[in-house]
Design a protein around this ligand. Sequence first.
Ligand code: ARG
Length: 421
Amino acid sequence: MSTVAGSNGMVEGRCPLTGATGVRPLPIGGPASLEERARAFFSLLNRERPELVDRARWEEVQADIRRYGHYEHRWEELEFGARVAWRNSVRCVGRAMWEQLEVVDARAVTTRREVADACVRHISEATNGGRVRPRVTIFPAAQGRREWRIWNYQLVRYAGHEGAGGVVTGDPAEAAFTRFCRELGWAPDGEGGAWDVLPLAVGGLDGATEWFPVPREAVLEVPMVHPDFEWFAGLGQRWYAVPFVSNMELEMGGIRYTAAPFNGWYMGTEIGSRNFGDRHRLNLAPRVAEAMGLDVRHESTLWRDRALVELNRAVLHSFKEAGVRIIDHHSVAELHVRFEEAERAAGREVSGDWSWLVPPLSGSASPLWGRSYHPVEYSPNFVPPTAAFPRSAGGLGAPQPGGAVQPGGVVQLGGVVAGAP
Ligand code: ARG
């Protein structure tokens, strides 16, 4: 090999496979052609897993790009690329597990229903009764502007029903998406409570979006109890067991998988501090502080901090009681430190987004607090969606579309997929 591994896993010299010179990981975004992106990907593959690629394959890819403006990943390439995408995720503090990512090839789907069915299978199998398995399900890649979409932020999420006076029942973060689902023809069973699981909104190649219910039995949930405070259960809080992020695109080698839902398992603070604690989310800190008998008239009593700690204790305790995998913010930070060491040992520099890697609770107690990270995002990676569901003006208390509500009702959404590059 005429190559020398330098810092950042970059290779000085020539890639013996693709002939690329000065090969370095390619940052996401930026102006690179499909062929340049493919070249960077196959150089990376050849450097890390040379047994998976040979000259004939690289020539085939180049020929396909020239002939069709497109190429298809082989299974081994897909699996490698998805795992490295996780490794390259600068905001993910749990990526030490990147090599364990289970990759499901769902590129053969042809209908929205098949996409929804594969999503439900993903939810059940990755939840695995609480012994959560990190997984990604990869649907067909975008070809030009024809692309599959899952408009949901996560496969499982609680609706936010807007009522009169600006009150949201459920999760306010989902108010706009809930409105979108109602416009598609979905309605909650009953009158719209705090824990209605939203349907899947699947966009197909024809630009139409269709909704599908997520079967309740596929969704594992954890009722919230506290190790010391008996009254805590009476707050009637719960959360779903597994976060399945479904609106990010998986980019590898210049190919965009616009529907590629993935999951790891929860870090406690995501729920305890943010979903429960944020003022614009469930905002539970004042209720917990009051139940604890704290003096909430003065910030200097640190009632907020004390309530947040107890919310976080409740989350970790409840998941443990329910037998659902979760990790606390201290332990996961230790894993990230070890991940950084392993990466350096492999000749790769670790980039990161400090503001995401440091936990929202007791940040300065994290071993990551005193470190600094270069935030560059390399390809392959999970990238923000290049299109989003249309947000109607809607508004609080807006009349809801009535009429027959049918799973599988198709709504043509003009311009939904326009704007994608
Ligand atoms: N923070 C998001 C939530 O609370 C989940 C993001 C992904 N998290 C994860 N542990 N993989 O739902």
